[in-house]
Design a protein around this ligand. Sequence first.
Ligand SMILES: Cc1cc2nc3c(=O)[nH]c(=O)nc-3n(C[C@H](O)[C@H](O)[C@H](O)COP(=O)(O)OP(=O)(O)OC[C@H]3O[C@@H](n4cnc5c(N)ncnc54)[C@H](O)[C@@H]3O)c2cc1C
Length: 472
Amino acid sequence: MDKKLDVQKPLNVESNISRRDAIKLMGLSPVAAAVIANSATATEAQAATDVQGKIVILGGGAGGIMAMAHLRSKISNPDITIVAPNEIHLYQPGQVFIATGVYEPEDILMSNNDFIPDDVKWIKDEAKTIDADNNKITLRSGEELSYDYLVVATGIEYHYEWIKGLTKEDIGTNGLASVYLSDLEKGTATGGSTGWTWLKAMTQDVKDGKNPRAIFTQPSTPIKCGGAPQKMLYLCADYMKEKKLNTEMIFATSSGKLFPLANVDTELHKTQDGYKGMSTKFKHNLTAVDVKNKKATFHHAYNHTDEWGTESREEDVILDYDYLHIVPPMSPVDAVKKSSLVWKEGKAKGWLEVDKFTLQHRRYENVFGIGDVCGIPMGKTGGSARHHAPIMAKNLISAMGKKTLKEKFDGYTVCPLKPRYGEIIMAEFGYDGPMPSIPFWTDISVPRASWWIFDVYMLKPMYKHLMMRGLM
Ligand SMILES: Cc1cc2nc3c(=O)[nH]c(=O)nc-3n(C[C@H](O)[C@H](O)[C@H](O)COP(=O)(O)OP(=O)(O)OC[C@H]3O[C@@H](n4cnc5c(N)ncnc54)[C@H](O)[C@@H]3O)c2cc1C
């Protein structure tokens, strides 16, 4: 786990793996092949459209790169600029596998050099401000950048500092871990593996006859990959169980449910019942951590019922812990938050104000959104961004051609919950309910070994060779 981080050597984008090779690669897994066969968004070569205008994409993560790839393949002479500070491109779903000993840190490192071709102008900087009334971006360098069309793909920012007494630097010390903090952000190859070193330390404590208490949190803000807090909980518990060890594990979540869909929620309750020593505290939102004395404070809102009736109550609950897995509160980045592009009120306040179907900004017709930054009801997942990409690109091209926007996002999101090593509940759903990729696996709450194989072995090459190239 201490190996040095190393970005893979840049490949020539044009000579990369062919579509045929990629399909062969996926042929290794019948499940993956079926996913492709059923993918509504798999793109065949498309007739290039002759529309004019300078497109600026902000962000070079999953959404920004997919937006670029789809737009580039659909416009005959595209004028695309991407503002992306990062050469290293993290395959973020793999962070859970690093934290639970399945992947090594370097397994999730990709390079934007592989994805951004020479005919796209790449500015390795960040947007500091966005002036949507004048179609202008100011970069951190001070340089100004104008656009005709803007795609916002700046993702999410973590706020460990919103938890009183905590800083990002505390993660990895004093029994604290967070699967969200990657090795890269921590600046060390062992940092983001805080989860893995943490789990091994906890295991050792139990072997030594101690009975440590581990608490896993989930905040009240929207988070990316809403399933990640529970993925960590169950895989850590299963790791212990497999070693015939047992300890107290508390899931302290600000939510009132384990999952929004009833059948998945029921399955997760069953999962919890299978782990001795596991319990959940609903409506518990982590507000403060006393790092030195290992005490966590939660805001608990609840309904109290007695012979006089029911009333809403609030209290602070302080729990001692030995190990604390923190999922930080999250928000869009400052450049977006402080711009005129965000919702001013409502549940999505502060997030990008796009239409939930077209992904076009509701007030600025030349602005579109993709990925986690979007203030829409469903999903902050790479799976959602994959479904956004072709829809957003086609609608943006329609806007450039002064045509009606026809494409509609159906709310698709995916949550590969891991109740134990070797099995995944592939919870795929959208605005109108379940949306299984494999049509005959209609019950999305069933844990399946095939999905584990798919997630561990197939999804990463598909992400790299197909999704990031706009091929699915
Ligand atoms: C632990 C973990 C597990 C996950 N598991 C899954 C999973 O199993 N399945 C799944 O589908 N998804 C999963 N996800 C979520 C998935 O990775 C994200 O939803 C996806 O990366 C969203 O893409 P994005 O482009 O919106 O954001 P990102 O990929 O995060 O990219 C945002 C980019 O914007 C850049 N940026 C930020 N600010 C600026 C600025 N001011 N100017 C320019 N650029 C800027 C950043 O550098 C970053 O590269 C997981 C995420 C994590 C952290």
